[in-house]
Each structure stands twice: as C-alpha cells, then as structure tokens.
Design a protein around this ligand. Structure first.
Ligand code: NAD
Length: 516
C-alpha cells in the first residue's frame, strides 16, 4: 500500500476562489464524506487535458448603422435600392452582413463609404477582415468512457469556466449511467454578431484544429449555449471530409438533425429530463404537476422545451426571462404561442420581449414572482445568496449547469426550498446523446416513443437513487437499487447526487486499477 505521503497534490491548489474551485466545493465535501479513495481523488480533482488554441476566419463585408447624430451629415444621400434583398442578412445587433452579390446589380449611392437603405437608416460599409477567436476544449476524465460534453459559443467563457463544466459532465455521465467521461469547450464569441457564412467558417476552422484531439471513441461534442444542430452538422462534415468511411464517423458529434443521424427526441431531451424529474418529485409526495405554477429563467433549447412539456403536464408558466428582459402573466403564459413568437425569423434577437400574451416586468423582478417551481435554464452563477433570500418558490429544478452558488445553496437549505440538482435534472440531454451515439454505431433508428420511454426510466431510476441517498433510505425496488450508495446518514440532495457519481466512478478505478 502506498503511504499517505505518496498522495501529495501537484500542483498545490490555488487559494484563489474561481468558478472552478467554487464548482469543486461539493466534490471535496462529498469526497470527504464517503472517504473517497485518495488516488481517485487525485485523478478527479483536475482535468486530464486543457486545450486552448486560436481560430482565425475571414469575416464578410458588413453594413453598420450610424447613430442618428452621425447620420445627419448624410441627410441628402439618396436611397440605395437593393435588388437581391436575400443577400442582406440582418443581425441582432443591427448590423447587416453582405452575402453573395447583394449590392451588385443594384442602384447603389455611396458617399465616403456610407449608404442609405430603404429602412431610412444610414450605414457605414465596413470591409470584412480576418478575426481571431479564442477556442477551448477541456477533457476532464475518461475513466468510464470517451470524453463527452457540449460546445458553447458565448462571449463570457474562460478556461476556468470550461474546467468547471467539463467536471460537471464527468459527474453527470456517471449519474446518467452512460459510458462516457466529461469534457466541455467552445469559442469566445457572441454568435448573434456574426452571419451564417461567418459562423460556418469559424466552426469549420474550429473543427480543423479540434480534429486531432477528438473522435467518436475519444471525445464527442454536442450543442450547448449558442450552438445548435446546424453547427453539429458543420462539425461532422469537417471531421469526416475526405475520410474513407464517413458513415462510420457520424458519432463524432451528437445533437445532430434527425435527417443526418440525430436521434428523435434529442432536441427536447434536456427539457424533457427536467420535466421527468419534476414529475417524479411530485409523484413521490402523492401529488401531480397538474395545477402547479412555475417561473423560468432562459428560453433557449432547455427552457423552451421544459416549459412546453411542463405546460402539457398541466403546469402554468407565470414568468420567464432571457438575456434581454422578463415577461409576466399571472393567468399563465401560452407557452406554445411564446415558442412560436421566439422562433419567428423576424424576431432577430430570438427574445421573449414584446410577446403580446404577457406584460414586461423589470428583469430582476423575475425572482420575486410567487410560484411552486423555479427552473433556471440560462447560465451559471445566476442564483446568488441575495436572490436565494428573495425567492418565493418551493422547488428549484436546475435546467442550467451550475446556476446556484454555494452560498445560495446554504440559504436555500436554511429556507427549506427543495432542489433537484443540475447533474441529475439536466442529464436528459447527455442521456439521449448516448442513444444517438449508439444508434449511429449500430446504424439504427429509434422512434421518439422508444427514446422517451428509455429516457423516462433512466431519469427516474437515477433520481430515485439520489433521493434515497439523501434520505438514507437504502432499498431495492423493481426500478432501482440504492443500497450500494446510501452512506448511513441523510445528506442534502446536491451532495447525494455527487455521492452517486463518485461511487460509480470510484468503482472503475478500484476494479480496473490505474493506468500507468
Ligand atoms: P441556449 O443558448 O439555447 O439558451 C440560453 C437561454 O438563456 C437564452 O434564452 C438566453 O437568452 C438566456 N440567457 C442568456 N443570458 C441570460 C441572462 N443573463 N439572464 C437571463 N437569461 C439569459 O442554451 P441551452 O442549450 O438552452 O442551455 C441553457 C443551460 O442549460 C446552460 O447552462 C447549459 O449549459 C445547460 N444545458 C444544456 C443542455 C443542452 O442539451 N442544450 C444540456 C444540459 C445542460
């Protein structure tokens, strides 16, 4: 046996508090509680690999609107009649990308590089230049299988954030009992500021650099904030371009369009998983989701699907916000109408703001709305201790990754607000990603009903094990067996979820040994 001294930490942990150290607090707490094997702890407390690289792409010419003050000196500039308006791509920030031959063949009136469009605004013509973007892929752990985790395109990303999110994936894949490890990555950029062809160029270049680091049996990305099935298709194309057996490489990414090897039910899977957990939470108490009210933060992939499914189960959405603001309707928001409003191509920001079926409220007032359930489905670190003190809900089901700070967790516990932690609540996405990967490997296609049925069983079985660990209620039922995981005393639900993850990962190291 190795002595205590063998297990020196290298490098010594930084005393600085970061997103990563904060996210790992629960890991260390649970590891202490279960006496996690020291070598396993060393393997898990830092990622296996942290890749940072740069992606350079040529941007297109764009029209940037002038402020009214600046436009005054062009008051006599005549209007440019654009013949091929499809060549003009309007972005959420007001800029217009010039695609193809947008201005060729038009009657263009340009003065000092400025022109006026039929919308009355004066635009400066900015020639496209090359731009460099910072890109990341963190591979946290692969004891249980290939690295697995999403790609995020967002302005506020960092190595520290991706380390935290990659570690979360290691815990989540263990909890969901899918044979993967954890990874995460992405690009520092706001995708709403770039045109379709620019995003394509950036994405292809990203995969060109990623290709030597990943593979269908090595590391498998998926969509996350700011990415979607179209981006997954581009990544697949770039990875498999020129390869002899392209069709065998479909499993390089999950979250693809169903027409090119994506799984039925993947688009809604994370929101569906959140809803299954909430349903099981109430079933355990002899209650139903029907008639419950909920508040939602974020109306993207996870938030919108969770809202639609909870709505179909009979719950009422009272308030929702996104990056642009909050809306409220005490009688309940028509979720399907809201989803259609957000998806409308005319809604450039894809925002809930302006939806006619609700009134606008201050963004921060979302937290004061009284409801049964809160589903955070936006970014991490949103529920701080102050907000936790204000909340008027009884249950929080974490659709987002890491939405609650450790201080807020303590406040929620003190206030008796119940929690379905992220690593189980939003595990539906990676679970169906696994189904997609399996279907790609076997060249099969499962029906939506089959996927939903498997997902429901997987989510509820593992959530029940976590509940039993939390209550210290070891038992074996037809659906689940919590006996190997309970620790002889009750713990809070976030800790219970982490215990399940750590015990499952530890088993791999203890039975298979450590690679040398
Ligand atoms: P998305 O890009 O589709 O949507 C994000 C939503 O959050 C948008 O409505 C956006 O406007 C909103 N938002 C952004 N900043 C905000 C702010 N400051 N305040 C309020 N709202 C804000 O992303 P998504 O895929 O739905 O992911 C949402 C969360 O769920 C993330 O934390 C992600 O890591 C997590 N998650 C996603 C999946 C998945 O399958 N997509 C799986 C597991 C976890």
């Amino acid at each position: 046996m190795a002595s205590e001294e063998t297990f020196m930490r290298a490098p010594a942990p930084s005393p600085k508090r970061t997103i990563y150290t904060e996210a790992m607090e629960i890991f260390h707490y649970a590891a202490d509680l279960i006496g996690l094997d020291k070598r396993v702890r060393l393997e898990l407390e830092e990622p296996d690999y942290e890749h940072i690289f740069y992606v350079t792409a040529k941007l297109k010419d764009r029209l940037v609107p002038l402020l009214p003050e600046e436009a005054k000196s062009f008051s006599d500039l005549s209007v440019t009649q654009v013949r091929n308006t499809e060549g003009l791509e309007r972005l959420a920030n007001g800029n217009i990308i010039l695609n193809g031959r947008a201005l060729l063949g038009s009657d263009v009136a340009i003065r000092h590089g400025h022109l006026r469009l039929p919308d009355g605004l004066v635009y400066q013509l900015v020639p496209g230049e090359s731009q460099r973007f910072k890109a990341y892929r963190v591979q946290h752990n692969q004891a249980r299988g290939p690295y697995k985790g999403g790609l995020r395109y967002h302005r506020e990303v960092s190595l520290d954030l991706f380390k935290a999110l990659a570690a979360e994936m290691t815990w989540k894949t263990a909890i969901a009992e899918v044979p993967f490890g954890g990874g995460k990555g992405g690009i520092q950029m706001d995708p709403r500021e770039y045109g379709r062809e620019e995003i394509e160029a950036i994405t292809l270049r990203f995969m060109y650099r990623l290709k030597s680091l990943i593979g269908p049996n090595i590391d498998i990305p998926a969509p996350d904030v700011g990415t979607n099935p179209e981006i997954m298709a581009l990544l697949y194309r770039q990875f498999s371009d020129g390869e002899r057996e392209r069709h065998n490489l479909r499993g390089i990414v999950t979250g693809k369009d169903v027409r090119i090897g994506g799984s039925e039910g993947r688009g809604k899977a994370t929101g569906q998983g959140v809803a299954f957990c909430i349903e099981d939470y109430y079933a355990d108490r002899g209650e139903s989701v029907k008639g419950k009210t909920f508040v939602l933060q974020g109306f993207g992939n996870v938030g919108s699907h969770a809202a639609i499914i909870l709505g179909n189960m009979g719950a009422r959405l009272l308030a929702v916000n996104d990056a642009d603001g909050s809306i409220f309707n005490g009688d309940g928001i028509d979720v399907n109408a809201l989803a259609a409003y957000v998806a409308d191509p005319k809604n450039l920001k894809r925002s809930v703001i302006g939806f006619p079926g609700a009134q606008r409220i201050e963004k921060k007032d979302l937290w004061d709305v009284q409801a049964d359930i809160l589903v955070p489905a936006a970014l991490g670190g949103e529920i701080t201790a102050d907000i936790a003190e204000r909340l008027k809900v009884k249950l929080i089901a974490e659709g987002a990754n890491g939405p609650t700070t450790p201080e807020a967790d303590r406040v929620l516990q003190k206030r008796g607000i119940e929690l379905i932690p992220d690593i189980i609540a939003n595990a539906g996405g990676v679970t169906v990603s696994y189904y997609e990967w399996i279907q790609n490997k076997r060249m099969e296609r499962w029906s939506e009903a089959e996927v939903d049925q498997r997902l429901e069983r997987a989510m509820k079985r593992n959530y029940r094990i976590i509940r039993d660990i939390s209550r210290n209620q070891p038992r074996k039922t037809e659906m689940h067996d919590s006996r190997p995981y309970c620790i002889g005393k009750p713990v809070d639900s976030r800790c219970a979820a982490m215990i399940l993850a750590l015990k499952r990962i530890e088993a791999h190291y203890l039975l298979e040994g450590f690679s040398q």
